[in-house]
Design a protein around this ligand. Structure first.
Ligand SMILES: O=C(O)CCC(=O)C(=O)O
Ligand SMILES: [Fe+2]
Length: 949
């Protein structure tokens, strides 16, 4: 071989450098030099980059510290402000009332455990319930030593029925976090916002069904997911930092591990808890370090389960035991504990999971300054990003600052029980209108309600609605690369109400899938439930025909009603007898401010009025003359002085006894009172909010075309068929009023004034556990109780009767054709969810007939449906990615598959929420309850007679 210089070399022999020609040597050297320089440059660049990174880390850490300090300062300021306010009002601050501030009083457990505790003063420990729930975090088929879902007790699974859940449907992979929902978490001005949102929702019809896309979230984009979830609350929301060390204690290594890693009761009680944002309802605490599965666990689990359900032979335990699977992709090796990966997109938004636990995670500041990678624009950091086109003119209220006239803490307490506990009679009128003023008095409640009435408040429509949320196939969902439509292609894609839906656009209701309520076709058996014929008012018996509670304002010597509302006492003897409804109506109609909460509560529940005054701390009321009372009402007079429990119990159930009895018979059939006036009497309507009932009904929009296609016993089935969502069932003002009413009930319950098992509250808050409940009309046993009684209606247990507000609401549902007349609800459960509270997956017990309904108040939250919902960990539910969003003031009707095939659950809410579940007992149970009441009444009657003689 000849080199360039003509030199001959043998290519098989090594060439020495010295023997190379000079020019080649030089070329080689300069090439080497250039490479060396290049490398040096790169090294310098890398160093620079490193330095910059280092610097950014430091900056972030400093920003974090600064934020913390700022937060602390804000907290202080807030507290001072609050203290000033309370001082001004001369009431106790939120931390004072013992019942509310003492967390131990509200230990969390399943509802029944809570109830039992209240009843018996002792109960199964919270920790037991907790560890049971922890065990069930594994789906059926995966044995980790703990019980599988199938053999867990009902109370743990959350089934209300004894039914065996159906075969597992295909599991979904981890869902994306594209969910766009307008809910701001953990604000200092939560109350303001609650009120605003309550008020705002009324007549809006929104997209309510949501099926988030299912592509896996990139672990490397925590800020993106936080951002798009509308919940960048992070550090600025008043939550203290969580301590990360105790997290990730989930046992996945088999029976021993599972058992061993259950945190002991002692440990649990010692856990640091962090309190909510300033002003957060006392009694509500969050434990930051709930046992968590290792990050990635859920995904590994769902993937494995899914593969297995497709027939692959997979040893799930083995798969999950390979800890690597779910450790590596979450940055654990860096010591960064990220929020738990959740199948449920809402999960990331719960307070427990939002707080990054490492300074290297993006702070809220950074999230704020980040460019949202969606087409939409976040109105504020903790509001959702809307990624669709703007279809409506939007109002963009800034919730971050209260209106100038509203002190930050002023509006909130008006809705918190602790506030109403100590609130003097009339600092804040209940509504702008009820006391005869037109609002504008400067009081927050008034102002907000007045705004609400004008429709001037509310989150912009587009933040609540993403395009195509109602349809299974949308451009946006398709673009996400994973079909959301699980129907087989062969199935027809016809929407039953599409034509109605499009026509409805003309009158401003632009929400696909919504139709005016009137246009809904009812099944034939409902057809004769005409509203005229079905008008409930004539034959309606006196509600709470008891005692002097209903003497109301008239007895108090107030002037005659200023409002045009008539005194219906002639038509309704029950009202003059002191019925609850008379009291409520009187309050409004007389144009006076409402009574102080304790008296108001006494008016709500005759048992309270009947209790000895000393026990209530109130003034004794004059009993109605016994001669004027029907047999059913005598009891109230008897018990007025004695306050015997049995009397009180009896009293509250008299509405059962009196159903269809004397008052109904004597009510004149000719002079039908106006629906509106009766609703006002029963405290459902707010004085001044007197729109014609029919007009109101026309504003109600309905969606009935819910679809979720799942395999049920091998067949493609729409497991949510039968669901209906009706919006604007309660007007904004009515929502405000109803929330106040519920607050009053809850306050009474906390004071121990509601009889029997009416009220139950969790004693400590844990994710996935507990919420306050009030039961009326019948006692529903959520779980096997201490006496070993199964879930279902327990006739012998006492609860308060249906209050008139709920009676009136039930009547409205019948009148508007939302429930058939024959199924008019006669029992209710009020659920009060604090942030983080949830209701686990269940199917409502068949002691209640279908349809049954649930009305939503205070915040819009999703309810999850699926044939096979599973609790993955406390407060974390998987098995479906199908949600229906429940706007405030709306009523969800559950029947058909939607009630009986699909399970439902409300994942941990990110804002306070209340719901009213109205159900009709199956006849046999109504009869049992009636019989029980009659028996008690007879007993009382005998006792009374023996006393007299
Ligand atoms: O809070 C809700 O809307 C649902 C309540 C519920 O499912 C129930 O009470 O059975
Ligand atoms: Fe339910």
């Amino acid at each position: 071989m000849e080199l360039a210089g003509g030199q001959q070399v043998d290519p098989r022999q090594p060439v020495s450098a010295a023997s190379l020609p000079e020019n080649i040597k030089q070329r080689g050297q300069s090439k080497y030099q250039r490479a060396k320089e290049q490398l040096a440059r790169e090294a310098r660049a890398i160093n620079n980059e490193l330095e910059q990174l280092q610097q950014r880390i430091e900056e972030r850490e400093q920003a974090l510290l600064a934020n913390k300090e700022k937060q602390a300062a804000l907290d202080d300021e807030h507290k001072q402000h609050e203290a000033r306010l309370f001082k001004q009002l001369n009431v106790h601050g939120p931390s004072l009332p013992a019942a509310s501030s003492d967390n131990s009083e509200y230990d969390t457990a399943e509802e029944n455990a809570g109830q039992e505790r209240q009843q018996n003063g002792h109960a199964q420990s919270v920790e037991e319930a907790s560890s049971e729930a922890d065990n069930l975090a594994l789906p059926p088929g995966l044995s980790m030593g703990g019980p599988s879902m199938h053999n867990l007790p009902d109370e743990v699974i959350g089934f209300e029925s004894d039914e065996e859940p159906m075969a597992a449907s295909e599991q979904q992979g981890p869902a994306t976090h594209e969910l766009q929902m307008g809910a701001a978490a953990g604000s200092q001005f939560q109350g303001d916002r609650m009120l605003a949102q309550t008020a705002a929702s009324g007549h809006n019809n929104r997209a309510l069904e949501h099926r988030p896309g299912a592509s896996a979230r990139q672990p490397s984009q925590p800020s993106q997911s936080t951002w798009t979830n509308g919940n960048a609350a992070g550090r600025d929301d008043g939550w203290a930092q969580a301590s990360p060390e105790k997290g990730a204690a989930w046992g996945v290594g088999g029976p021993e591990t599972n058992g061993a890693q259950q945190t002991s009761a002692a440990e649990q009680s010692e856990r640091p808890v962090r309190r909510g944002p300033p002003g957060f309802t006392p009694g509500q605490t969050f434990s930051p370090d709930q046992k968590r599965r290792p990050p990635g666990f859920t995904r590994a689990l769902t993937e494995a389960t899914s593969e297995r359900s497709r027939g692959a032979k997979i040893d799930l335990r083995d798969r999950l035991n390979r800890g690597q699977d779910f450790k590596t992709d979450r940055g654990m090796e860096n010591g960064i504990t990220q929020p738990q990966e959740a199948t449920n997109p809402f999960q990331l938004r719960t307070p427990q999971q939002e707080v990054p636990t490492h300074p290297m995670l993006p702070s809220k500041q950074e999230v704020l300054s980040a460019e949202p990678q969606s087409r939409g624009r976040a109105l504020r950091p903790d509001m959702p990003v809307y990624s669709g086109p703007r279809t409506r003119q939007s109002v963009t209220p800034d919730y971050s600052t209260p209106p100038a006239s509203m002190p930050p803490s002023a509006a909130r307490p008006a809705f918190s029980p602790e506030f109403s506990l100590g609130m003097p009679a009339a600092p804040y009128p209940r509504s702008p209108l009820e006391n005869g003023h037109g609002g504008g008095n400067g009081r927050p409640g008034e102002q907000m309600a007045a705004h609400a009435a004008q429709g001037s408040l509310g989150r912009p429509m587009e933040t609540l609605r993403a395009p195509g949320q109602f349809t299974d196939r949308t451009p946006s969902s398709d673009a996400r690369g994973r079909s959301q439509d699980r129907r087989p292609p062969s199935l027809p894609r016809v929407r039953p109400v599409s034509s109605a839906a499009s026509s409805q656009q003309e009158d401003g209701g632009s929400q696909a899938g919504f139709v005016p309520l009137d246009s809904l076709q009812r099944p034939a058996k409902w057809a004769d439930d005409g509203e005229d014929e079905g008008s409930p008012f004539i034959p309606h018996p006196p509600i709470f025909p008891s005692s002097a509670s209903g003497s109301s304002s008239l007895q108090n010597g107030h002037a005659q009603p200023a409002s045009p509302v008539k005194d219906w006492s002639e038509q309704f003897p029950g009202l003059t007898l002191g019925g609850h409804s008379g009291a409520a109506g009187g309050r409004q109609a007389n144009g006076h401010a409402p009574p102080p909460p304790d008296l108001a509560a006494a008016q709500d529940f005759p048992s309270l009025a009947a209790a000895p005054a000393a026990a209530r701390g109130g003034t004794p009321r004059a009993a109605s003359p016994a001669s004027a009372l029907t047999p059913a009402t005598k009891a109230s007079a008897w018990s007025n002085g004695g306050g015997a429990a049995i009397s009180r119990n009896l009293l509250a159930q008299q509405s059962y006894v009196s159903l269809g009895t004397p008052a109904a018979a004597t009510a004149p059939k000719t002079s039908k009172p106006e629906v509106e006036a009766v609703e006002l009497q029963r405290n459902l309507r707010v004085a001044g909010d007197d729109a014609d009932d029919k007009a109101r009904k026309r504003q109600c929009r309905s969606k009935v075309d819910f679809e979720l296609w799942e395999k049920v016993r091998g067949r493609d089935t729409n497991t949510v068929s039968g669901l209906e969502l009706h919006t604007s069932v309660l007007s904004p003002l009515e929502q405000v009023r109803m929330v106040e009413t519920i607050e009053r009930w809850v306050a009474s319950g906390k004071r121990g004034e509601l009889q029997g098992r009416t009220f139950s509250a969790p004693r400590r808050s844990m994710p996935g556990k507990g919420r306050i409940t009030c039961q009326f009309g019948c006692c529903y046993n959520y779980a096997v109780d201490q006496q070993g009684r199964k879930p279902g209606i327990i006739a012998e247990e006492i609860v308060e009767a249906m209050p008139p507000e709920l009676e009136a609401l039930s009547d409205r549902l019948v009148r508007w054709g939302i429930v058939p007349k024959a199924i008019r609800p006669n029992s209710a459960i009020i659920n009060v969810y604090e942030p983080g509270d949830c209701i686990p997956p269940h199917i409502d017990h068949h002691d209640f007939v279908r349809p049954f309904v649930t009305l939503s108040l205070l915040s819009e939250q999703p309810i999850m449906f699926g044939q096979r919902l599973i609790p993955l960990s406390p407060g974390n539910f998987g098995g479906s990615d199908y949600y229906v969003r429940l706007p405030q003031g709306s009523c969800l009707v559950l029947k058909g598959n939607g009630a009986d095939v699909a399970m439902h659950c409300v994942p941990p809410v990110n804002q306070r929420r209340m719901s009213i579940t109205l159900r009709r007992m199956a006849d046999i149970h109504s009869q049992n309850v009636q019989r029980e009441i009659s028996a008690r009444q007879e007993k009382l009657s005998r006792e009374h007679d023996s006393h007299r003689w």
